[in-house]
Design a protein around this ligand. Sequence first.
Ligand SMILES: NC(=O)c1ccc[n+]([C@@H]2O[C@H](COP(=O)([O-])OP(=O)(O)OC[C@H]3O[C@@H](n4cnc5c(N)ncnc54)[C@H](O)[C@@H]3O)[C@@H](O)[C@H]2O)c1
Length: 364
Amino acid sequence: MADRVRVGIVGGGRIADLNVIGWRQHPQAEVAAICDVAEATRQARAEEWGCRPVASLDDLLADDTIDAVEILTPHHLHRDQAIAALEAGKHVSLQKPPTMSLADYDAVAAAATAARAAHGSVFKVYENFMFYPPHRLAERLIAEGEIGQPLSVRIVTGGGRMGTGQGWDVPAASNAWRLDPALCGGGMMTFDHGFHCFQMGRQFVPDPVETVHAFINVIELGNGMQIDAPALISWRYAGAMARYGSWEIVASLDLDVTSRYYVSDDRIEVRGERGIVWVNQCSGRLLEEPPVVLYRDGEVRAFHRVEWDWAASFRDATFDFIDAILEGRESQLTVAEGRATLAFALAAQVSAREHREVAIAELG
Ligand SMILES: NC(=O)c1ccc[n+]([C@@H]2O[C@H](COP(=O)([O-])OP(=O)(O)OC[C@H]3O[C@@H](n4cnc5c(N)ncnc54)[C@H](O)[C@@H]3O)[C@@H](O)[C@H]2O)c1
C-alpha cells in the first residue's frame, strides 16, 4: 500500500486555490505537477506551489512518479480527461459536476471500475459541501435522532452583488465557459453550483429522491453575462410517507454578501418529527450567526465552536481522497453516489426545460 501520494493538478484556475490546500497540508501528500493549457497560469502555479509545470495531459499521465490526478477544468473536458487518467492507472479526483450527461458519466464509471480492478485506482467525485464541518455536524445530529425522522429539507441560495470588493475576484475567463451550456452542461447556478445543493438535498434523508420539479428563470445581466435565477426546485423522496425538499435561488443583485470566497449565501433548514436543525452559512458569511442551531423540546442549542470557514470543506474533501488512496478504500462521493446526485441535477434541468415533473428513473 502507498505511503505517500504525489498528485498532478489539471487546471490551475479559480478553485485550485482551495483544492490545493489539502494537498499541501496532508503529511503524506505532495503536489508534484500542474498541468494547464494557459502558460501564464501554469508557470504561476508551478512557482506558487513549488512543482513542475506540464503543458499537456498526455505528458502528465506518462509520468510514473505521479500517483493521482485532480481534475479542475471546465465541465466539457471532464469525461475525456478522467477516462485518460484512469486508463493510465492513476487515482482520479474529478471536480463536480463530474460530467454533463449520464451517458458520459457511465463511460467514466466504467473506466473507474476497470482501473480499480487493474491498478487499485481510487475514483472520487469531488463534492466539498458534504465535508463542510457545519453540514457534517447537522448530519450527525440528525443521524443521532435529535430531530426525529427528517421530514423536509429546505435550501436557500442568495446571490449577492459582484465586483464590490466583497469576496473573491472571479476572472472573466472563469465565467466565460460557464455561460455556454455546451461547455458547462447547464446553468452556472442550477447545474454548476447546483451539484452541491442536490447533494445536500440527498444528504440528510436516507431515502432516494424520486421526482423533481423545477422553475428556472434566466436574468440577462448585460455584457453577455446571465444568471439562471430566480429558481425554485422541489422534489419528493421515495417512501410511503410524503416528504419533500426544496431549493430556492434568489438573485439579490444589489445585496452585499460578506464572504471570503464567492458572494453566495447558502442556508439549510431540516425539519423533523420533533426538532429542527439550521445550518446558517457556507461560503458566505452574511450574518454573524452560530453556524449550526438545533431546536428540540422547547430548547435551542447554538453550536458556535464548529469550524465554519468554507475552505475547511475543501481540506477535508481532499484529505478523504488522499486517505482513501493510502488506506485502499473508496472515497466520497463513490461512483454510485456521484451518479445519483448527477441524475438529480440533470432531472431539474429537464423539468425546467419541459415544464413538467420529472421522475429521476426516466433518465436511465
Ligand atoms: N467545489 C466548489 O465549490 C467549486 C467551486 C468552483 C468551481 N468548481 C469546479 O472546479 C472546476 C474548475 O472551475 P474553476 O472555477 O476553477 O474554473 P476556471 O475557469 O477558473 O479554471 C479552469 C482552468 O482549467 C484550465 N484548462 C482549460 N482547459 C484545459 C485543458 N485542456 N487542460 C488543462 N487545463 C485546462 C484553464 O486554463 C483554467 O486555468 C469546475 O469543474 C467547477 O465546477 C468547484
